[in-house]
Ligand binder design. Structure first.
Ligand code: EPZ
Length: 460
């Protein structure tokens, strides 16, 4: 497709959108045609935002490349600038972050700017090291559970932080500095592991972290911290040792690719019987997803610069999936995959063990003709699960059920992408509203839909 063709399509889409009075937060998708083509996926939302916070720990400028153009990144950049970091956005995904003049920011400004992000909680350790104090606003993030931060606060107190609840958030001080600690997490929490890493690297003495998260994004953050001068070792059985050092310097790092975005577009290719090449995808970090993708009836070819995901023909098959921490099937992968499972011949079960309310998106799918039942209690053998919370969730999907277009609203980030896939899979027209949430984590997704030949009207 030439640039002229693309421009022409864009103009037609704008005109059509104006005719039907679409806002920029809405899209009308004419479903039923396969996604075919090539897209590029850049850095992981769930690494890049943390890497930007890590720059606060350095005594010189850091440069992060392969950063996706998403609103979660822009929110963190704004919060860093509020705290005196010199933030410069370069060409094609490069951000330069100079923390030489870090300063206290006004609580009201922080609260106003933090928006729906959960990343501010990770500013605690770096700001305590740099300024001896921090204010963290009440957190946002997708409503997929109550999302407490008790593991974070317990870890910070173990380092010697003093925490006080404020009307709009929490304030922290470290009257005697931050000292290394022995911490065992009740659950391999990604955020709490990052909290410990970002605090321990400059703490006095050694920190031993047990039951740590070991997702690829965590390992990539450890690589960044090691580049800055930190001494961190990943031991067997989820143990991480961190030897506190006196100072850290800036880093230069290319962010690891976004596994969640790759899984989302791959699931879209499967559900629409398409064929999508995803540049930037790598096999090693996606192995569990690739196994499930093949069991459902998809196929893939691993190339040197990406992976081709396609529907090879034939029927889709049902599966039983239990979400888990890495290297298990990620909780962020189940929502996009559910749409393909509505087209499989038979009954699939997804047991969600990480969050207690992550099937809200299935209401819209049922409205479009799917047959999905959500159970509050868990299914399967409870001994296999990390016993953490009485609320487990399971969804039973019976297919195949043809989907027909409807008006649906995006509930959260990954559920929202699942709604796009459902609209692309359904026959007829679907109007999807509240699109803004999707741009928190999916870079240029409208352009990518256009590149893959989707038929839609959008005013943007
Ligand atoms: C990160 O969230 C990701 N977000 C999530 O992706 C991802 O689903 C999750 O890790 C699991 O992989 C970011 O990195 C910004 P957790 P996080 O701490 O760190 C409970 C997406 O769509 N918990 O591993 O918040 C918690 O309620 C998002 O990109 C506590 O009980 O996840 C949850 O049930 C969604 N107390 C479980 O642990 C705590 O102090 C796992 O949470 C912290 C967590």
């Amino acid at each position: 497709m030439t640039n002229e063709d693309k421009a022409g399509l864009q103009l037609d889409s704008k005109k059509a959108a104006a005719r039907v009075g679409l806002t920029s937060d809405e899209i009308i998708i004419n479903g039923g045609s396969p996604l075919k083509g090539r897209i590029k996926v850049r850095g992981a939302k769930n690494l890049a935002t943390k890497a930007m916070v890590a720059s606060l720990l350095g005594n010189s400028e850091s440069v992060l490349t392969n950063v996706p153009n998403i609103s979660d990144v822009r929110v963190v950049a704004g919060l860093l600038a509020l705290h005196g970091v010199l933030v410069t956005r370069g060409e094609s995904g490069e951000w330069r972050l100079d923390p030489t003049n870090v300063e206290v920011a006004h609580k009201a400004d922080i609260d106003a700017h933090a928006g729906s992000s959960r990343i501010p909680i990770l500013f605690c350790g770096p700001l305590l090291h740099r300024l001896g104090e921090a204010f963290i606003p009440d957190l946002g993030g997708c409503r997929i559970g109550d999302r407490p931060i008790d593991f974070h606060l317990d870890a910070l107190r173990a380092f010697g932080a003093v925490i006080e609840k404020q009307p709009m958030g929490i304030s922290l001080e470290a009257p005697n500095g931050l000292k290394g600690a022995n911490i065992e997490l009740p659950y391999p929490s990604v955020g709490a592991t990052e909290q410990v890493l970002l605090t321990a690297v400059l703490a006095e003495g050694t920190t031993e972290l047990r039951n740590a998260a070991i997702e690829p994004e965590i390992v990539d953050l450890i690589c960044i911290l090691q580049k800055m001068g930190a001494i961190i070792s990943i031991e067997p059985n989820r143990v991480i040792f961190i030897e506190g050092v006196e100072k850290l310097r800036g880093y230069r790092h290319d962010a690891i690719f976004d596994r969640n975005e790759v899984a989302s577009w791959a699931a879209a290719a499967l559900a629409t019987k398409g064929d999508v090449y995803i540049e930037g995808a790598k096999q090693e970090e996606m192995m569990t997803f690739l196994n499930v993708f093949r069991k459902v009836g998809g196929d893939f070819d691993v190339e040197h610069d990406g992976i081709r995901f396609y529907h090879p023909g034939g029927d889709l098959k049902p599966v039983v999936i239990e979400t888990d921490v890495h290297p298990g099937f990620m909780t962020d992968w189940q929502q996009p995959l559910v749409v393909a499972l509505t087209q499989a011949i038979g009954t699939s079960t997804i047991h969600e063990t990480v969050y207690e309310n992550r099937f809200g998106f299935t209401d819209a799918l049922n409205k479009m003709g799917a047959d999905i039942t959500v159970y509050k209690e868990g299914l399967g053998d409870p001994s296999r699960r990390v016993n953490r919370r009485e609320f487990e969730q399971a969804a039973v999907i019976t297919g195949p059920t043809p989907l027909t277009g409807a008006d649906i609203e995006v509930p959260d980030l990954r559920g929202g992408f699942s709604h796009l896939i459902a609209a692309l899979t359904a026959t007829g027209q679907t109007k999807v509203t509240n699109l803004g949430i999707i741009s928190r984590g999916y870079e240029n997704f409208i352009e990518k839909l256009r590149l893959l030949g989707a038929d839609f009207i959008y005013e943007g």
